[in-house]
Design a protein around this ligand. Sequence first.
Ligand code: SAJ
Length: 436
Amino acid sequence: MENFVRQFRDKVKKKQLKIGVVGLGYVGLPLAIEFAKKGFSVTGIEVDTDRLSSLKKKISYITDVSTVELRCVVDSGALTATCDFGVLKKIDVVIICVPTPLKKKYLPDISYIKTAVRAIAGHLKKKALVILESTTYPGTTEEVIRPLFEARDLRHGRDFYLCFSPERIDPGNTVFPVHKITKVVGGIDKTDAYLAGLVYGTIIEKVELVSSVRVAEFAKLLENTFRLVNIGLIDEIAMMCHKMDVKVWEVIKAAKTKPFGFMPFYPGPGVGGHCIPKDPLYLYWKAKKFGFSSRFIRLASDIISYMPAYVTSRVADLLRKKNKSLQKAKILVVGVTYKKDIKDLRKSPALDIIGILQEKRCAVSYYDPLIPYLKFNDIDLISIKLTPSAIKRFDCVIIATDHSRLDYAMIAGNAKLVFDTRNVYNNLSAKNIFLL
Ligand code: SAJ
């Protein structure tokens, strides 16, 4: 064992370690590029043929990955991509970055992990280190992944090493690029974690080794459950403030002057994205298996899921005061992505708002500079041209996503009514602007 660890450490130092990344999405591709930029030979394994052809043409399909840096590592031969798991027989470290979505009824779906692990197990190099990065419930690594390898007569410690290290990629966050985000690592045992720490230490400034894979799995879910619960709380506070005729945005601004013991969250039309709406439900599901029902996760999810309906009820109230019924209203939704300046519609609450308005037979249009057309469930719309005359045609404009470079003054100057769910007007009081 010591001899192997010494050889492994030596290969890391000399950058002779061959790294495989399974799943080249918003987590896997930036990670693969980081290792390739450091001089390691990296092989990406990707089943999506469109992505593979983009990579072959050296064109990035991930916002945070520039085509220049992609071209550089592909041209140098540091990064190659394939759909053939057979390449793993020469790979020393395999990092799994596949999706972990939800199935119907909010149940965890680890089918992508299982499929990837079964494919890996068929070609794994002896003593290879396998690291799962996909967010999942505590216990997945030990209870699902390890048995899948052992089912192929692979024994931990003899044929493979196994870790969990949560992905912490934050799309669009330039303040915290990959190398500045501490990497938490938990192994089946200390050797596994030590080996993974050596690997990540080559690209990330700080590595935090924890005592087990469960701690690492749980840490990630705590991070995102913390966000979900606090967003649910501030959404409830926003509804409370409206009832009590207090401006929630001003309350938050005042509260965050406290230099300790407070962290600002902001109300919104709901919670979208690939992490926050989903990750806590993985934890909720697993805790239930232990007979523990998390009321916080349940309550926060319920409050957040109600927000799109709350937004439309507020708009209906505002129109009613102008003797206009929602059913006959023309509504413009500005901003449809799940968060500002990110071209990503996943679970965007703006889509729920559009869906509710359409159900109420409103004439709904949208504008989003990043999304030229919307084809989603029963929604089939093209983004309008945002001009003063176009805005004048609508009975109400809902600011659902606060993209940075929009002319909000022009919108307010031409709109009969604006319902601002993101405080883009920064508490500006104007007769036609109303805040969540
Ligand atoms: N949101 C609110 N109020 C808030 C914060 C967010 O309504 O105060 C909404 C956003 O509008 C969005 C959703 O929640 O619809 C999710 O926003 P997010 O800022 O949490 O963004 P995500 O989904 O990209 O979350 C990622 C996560 N990163 C990883 O899982 C690696 C999360 O852990 C990060 O904390 C988050 O980015 C971040 O900090 O930006």
